[in-house]
Design a protein around this ligand. Structure first.
Ligand SMILES: *[C@@H]1O[C@H](CO)[C@@H](O)[C@H](O)[C@H]1NC(C)=O
Ligand SMILES: *[C@@H]1O[C@H](CO)[C@@H](O)[C@H](O)[C@H]1NC(C)=O
Ligand SMILES: *[C@@H]1O[C@H](CO)[C@@H](O)[C@H](O)[C@H]1NC(C)=O
Length: 180
């Protein structure tokens, strides 16, 4: 490779790294778009460091938004899945089933050293939502060794405010008839 080409490749790589860096450190949900109803599998992606590789993340807790039922956590090797439930009052019918409760929080407990990332899946059924609804999956990340937790729970205010948030809540936009 000619020296000038090498410099451009390096500059390009630096630029890509600089552009990718802010988003890469956040807890996100994928995909970020989905249909307004039906079964979905979302992956919570956790690439954010606690501050020291030996301390690392101890758990990730996701609070499920309104309007989702039949939630199941992915079994992630090396991690224990625990959850809490909340009541649905009055109960709602979906398909042939009545639902009087749904998952409130989903937590995976384990160890993720800094410098690595991990994905945690959620299988769920979305009750019909309005086109354009944004569902927020507020999350919190706890660290080993009493390091302070990080809450990924900030929501743009007013809706649509494009100012970048420090700890945005993972968000999915629901679009009628959307197919990945
Ligand atoms: C749903 O919302 C999207 C984005 O706002 C818009 O492009 C689309 O036309 C809407 N679809 C329907 C069926 O209203
Ligand atoms: C998550 O981690 C924090 C801090 O390590 C701990 O206090 C909390 O009990 C853990 N949550 C669960 C559900 O294990
Ligand atoms: C948009 O969000 C930023 C950051 O949270 C906030 O400082 C700003 O006041 C918001 N804009 C409006 C118009 O409320």
């Amino acid at each position: 490779m000619a020296p000038t080409t090498r410099v451009f490749v390096m500059l390009g790589a630096l630029l890509v790294a600089a552009l990718a860096a802010p988003a890469a450190g956040h807890v996100t949900i994928n995909p970020k778009k989905a249909a307004t109803e039906g079964y979905m599998v979302f992956k919570m992606r956790l690439p954010h460091d606690c501050g020291d590789a030996t301390i690392g993340t101890s758990n990730l807790t996701v609070t499920l938004p309104q309007g989702v039922i039949a939630v199941k956590q992915e079994q992630v090797a090396g991690w224990k899945a625990v959850h809490t439930m909340r009541k649905i009052d009055p109960p709602i019918q979906s398909g042939s089933r009545m639902y009087s409760e749904t998952m409130d929080t989903a937590t995976w407990v384990g160890f993720l050293p800094d410098g690595l990332y991990r994905e945690f899946g959620l299988s769920l059924k979305m009750l019909p939502q309005k086109n354009g609804t944004i569902m927020y999956f507020k999350s919190s990340q706890d660290c080993h060794g009493g390091f302070p937790p990080r809450n990924w729970d900030m929501i743009p205010s007013p809706p649509g405010n494009m100012t970048r948030l420090l700890s945005p809540a993972p968000a999915v936009t629901l679009i009628e008839g959307y197919e990945a």
